[in-house]
Design a protein around this ligand. Structure first.
Ligand code: MN
Length: 230
């Protein structure tokens, strides 16, 4: 059947450095608490039992440079600066070698979060959707392809709000490394091109308000920005 009853709003595609065609956003997986100092500030003990995940809907994605409204239903909207992986090959039950080979590229991302709702639901042992799968709350900067950039332990990841640095760490602090995340997650999903994985945020998360300008960076990748207005 080729006819549809109505059209859905288009999901943005992420620009790729050096390419004229964009990277279409499929599924958005997010790793929870993947930097020890952030787990601590969230009042949770770090463990190496297994990584855990939540997801965001592709229609809730926006591109770096966007101006978005302060979301409804929260009084504590937080930024989380993250390194995102963009998958380029189908992979299932990946070995570490297959995991690295399946990465198309990397980009800066923001996992914007209604923290008050996330914590309220967490305390009630309910899902985090209201806190995490928020409209305009998955922000992506342009992708750098994996033949142009590779993560190093010394790679700095940081986020500034109105010019003040709030998050500042290196990728050495990742609890689950990038290949470990893909190996684990691909045991549960047939990962495929279009899948994006946000790999967790370092310490220093905090609230933003309407009027704030966020800007973040990861050494060697295209920077990310977001403005909250209204
Ligand atoms: Mn996050």
């Amino acid at each position: 059947m080729s006819q549809v009853l109505f059209d859905l709003p288009p999901v943005p595609t992420i620009p790729v450095i050096g390419e004229t065609e964009g990277y279409p956003i499929g599924r958005i997986f997010c790793v929870g608490r993947n930097y020890a100092a952030h787990a601590e500030e969230m009042g949770v003990e770090v463990d190496r039992e297994a990584p855990f995940y939540f997801t965001k809907s592709a229609p809730n994605a926006v591109l770096s440079g966007a101006t978005v409204p302060y979301p409804p239903g929260t009084e504590n909207y937080h930024y989380e600066m993250e390194l995102a992986l963009a998958m380029g090959q189908p992979v299932f039950q990946a070995s570490p070698e297959e995991a690295w080979a399946a990465i198309y590229g990397y980009c800066c991302a923001l996992d914007m979060t209604r923290r008050d709702l996330q914590i309220r639901e967490r305390k009630k042992q309910r899902p985090w959707d209201l806190g995490k799968d928020v409209e305009n709350a998955a922000v992506f900067a342009p992708i750098t392809k994996s033949d142009m950039w590779a993560p190093q332990d010394t790679t700095r990841i940081h986020l500034d709000v109105n010019g003040d640095t709030r998050q500042d760490a290196t990728l050495s602090e990742l609890i689950w490394k990038l290949d470990e995340i893909i190996c684990h997650l691909s045991g549960f999903y047939h990962l495929r091109p279009g899948d994006l994985i946000l790999t967790g945020t370092p310490a220093g998360v905090g609230p933003v308000v309407s009027g704030d300008d966020l800007s973040g960076g990861i050494d060697g990748l295209s920077p990310i920005s977001l403005s909250l207005r209204g």
